[in-house]
Design a protein around this ligand. Structure first.
Ligand code: NAD
Length: 479
């Protein structure tokens, strides 16, 4: 098998990256593009043997990296950000071929954010400090000690963005890393390994193991030398990881799925509310934060729906490399099948597709809005992870809040209202890690990010990331 492949003119190594060397597995798996189903490359199919080698490399590299001065670690992280910026076009191109998200988003939003992830945590590390406390003349000094080798497991919907949201703080904290990207989008993690090596990150500090989660997940998450596990993905996988990590009581950070609401009150700017609703089709609906349950006050439901349909029907669906495209393909035939199954069962149960409700040629699903959906139905309660929204109506604020919270998830919520006092009242009662008022997706990296209930455990961002990746220590010194 060849050791690399060329995607959109960019050469990508298809092997693991362990201890500063490329390592091949005996077997490979095919990685295909959602754009046209073509095979992009044959990727090394990891086994517990490569996992053990990667953890050993991370363990061996840990003392030196943990002992490296903060300023030097920050310098290397900035050099990685420089490398990302230098290769931004290549990263954007490869990511679009691999996961089907829009090239223009990768160029202008996602990859600049990848570089920013490194710069942000590098700068945060340098200023990370804590005021000392004093008790009866004794000083209490808080410090953040690097925890050790960290396993980072990531999904396919925003591969490099979500990976670096973990890799950057883990490395900044002084930890070493074993990154396991999703098998449906393995390529940019390999490019990141090249960029990190060129930036001078010592061998073994960042390791990338490719493969199927079902085959190597346990080896990664039950390893006694692993000190942290950070996972972004689905609830069932998180439950398996939590059970596996229990053997060593390894601390976990879990960023999981959602079924977030968009609450549209009659006093809202209706055009803004419609814009916010249509935005939920971004990335073909494969966004954990997506507000897929639209809740509209009865008085404006008809007009909202009319304007929504008008706007949504103007969306261009097609090749994600095309600048004019608004919605690209879904990641995999299996994902498409899953989306279609959800919609077919909803329609059989009485839902009405105001728009969409069907597959399109290739790996595409028509943007869909379903009405006449029961509150306790599968389509309202389960995460579809495709371009499928439901619309329910409410009579008053109390019912809006009740509907919004009637889910086992708690990742995010969006409120559209023209009344600031209502916004404050409603926000206080919503169960969600992030609440947006008259906006969506904007977020400062200093702020905590995460979900409540089945949407996750823990928070990432700013100091919260360092709290997770470090052993926080209090040193009490006598007067
Ligand atoms: P998934 O759970 O199927 O896979 C995620 C990762 O886990 C992959 O790398 C996979 O190989 C690995 N994995 C699978 N089985 C494993 C096991 N037994 N042990 C260890 N690792 C294993 O999720 P997905 O389909 O790739 O991603 C979609 C899900 O991710 C959605 O639910 C979405 O909402 C969620 N998500 C959440 C956030 C967030 O920040 N909260 C962000 C993006 C996606």
């Amino acid at each position: 098998m060849p050791d690399n492949t060329t995607v959109g003119g960019v050469s990508v190594d298809t092997r693991h990256w362990i201890g500063g060397e490329r390592v091949a597995s005996v077997e490979t798996f095919a990685d295909s593009s959602p754009i046209d189903g073509s095979v992009l490359g044959e990727i090394s199919r990891g086994t517990p043997k490569e996992v053990a080698a990667a953890v050993a490399a991370a363990k061996a590299a840990f003392p030196a990296w943990a002992g490296t001065a903060r300023a030097e670690r920050a310098r290397v992280l900035h050099a990685i950000a420089d490398g990302v910026e230098k290769r931004l076009e290549e990263l954007a191109t490869v990511e679009t071929h691999d996961n089907g998200a829009l090239l223009r988003s990768h160029r202008r939003g996602v990859m600049p954010r990848v570089a920013h992830n490194f710069r942000f945590f590098a700068d945060w590390l340098v200023k990370l400090d804590h005021e000392d406390f004093e008790t009866r003349g004794h000083t209490n000094h808080v410090s953040w000690d690097p925890a050790g080798p960290s396993v980072l497991i990531t999904p396919w919907n925003a591969p490099l963005m979500l990976a670096t949201w973990k890799v950057a703080p883990a490395l900044a904290a002084g930890n070493t890393v074993i990154l396991k990207p999703a098998e449906w989008s393995p390529l940019t993690a390999s490019l990141l390994a090249d960029i990190a090596a060129e930036a001078g990150l010592p061998a073994g500090v960042l390791n990338v193991v490719q493969g199927y989660g079902a085959e190597i997940g346990d080896a990664l998450t039950s390893h006694p030398d692993v000190r942290r596990i950070s996972f972004t993905g689905s609830v069932p996988t998180a439950q398996r990881i939590a059970a596996s990590a229990a053997a060593n009581l390894t601390p976990l950070s879990l960023e999981l799925g959602g079924k977030s609401p968009l609450l549209v009150f009659a006093d809202a700017d209706l055009d803004l509310a419609v814009d916010l609703a249509v935005e939920q089709y971004d990335n073909a609906g494969q966004v954990c934060l997506a507000a897929t349950r639209i809740l509209v006050e009865e008085a404006v439901a008809h007009e909202f729906t009319r304007r929504f349909v008008e706007k949504a029907s103007r969306l261009q669906q097609g090749d994600p490399r095309d600048e004019a495209t608004d919605i690209g393909p879904n990641i995999h035939p299996r994902q498409l099948e899953k989306i279609d199954g959800f919609v077919r069962r909803a329609v059989e149960a009485g839902a009405r597709a105001v728009i969409g409700g069907h597959r399109k040629e290739g790996q595409y699903y028509a943007p869909t809005l379903l009405t006449d959906v029961a509150e306790d139905s599968e389509i309202v309660q389960e995460e579809v992870f495709g371009p499928v929204l439901t619309l329910q109506t409410f009579a008053d604020e109390g019912e809006a809040i009740r509907l919004a919270n009637d889910t086992r998830f708690g990742l995010a919520a969006t409120v559209a209202t023209g009344d600031p006092e209502r916004a404050e009242r409603v926000t206080a009662q919503l169960v969600a890690g992030t609440v947006w008022v008259n906006c969506f997706f904007v977020r400062d990296l200093q702020a905590p990010f995460g979900g409540s209930r089945h949407s996750g455990v823990g928070r990432e961002g700013g100091t919260w990331s360092f709290d997770f990746y470090c052993d926080v220590k209090n040193t009490v010194t006598a007067p």
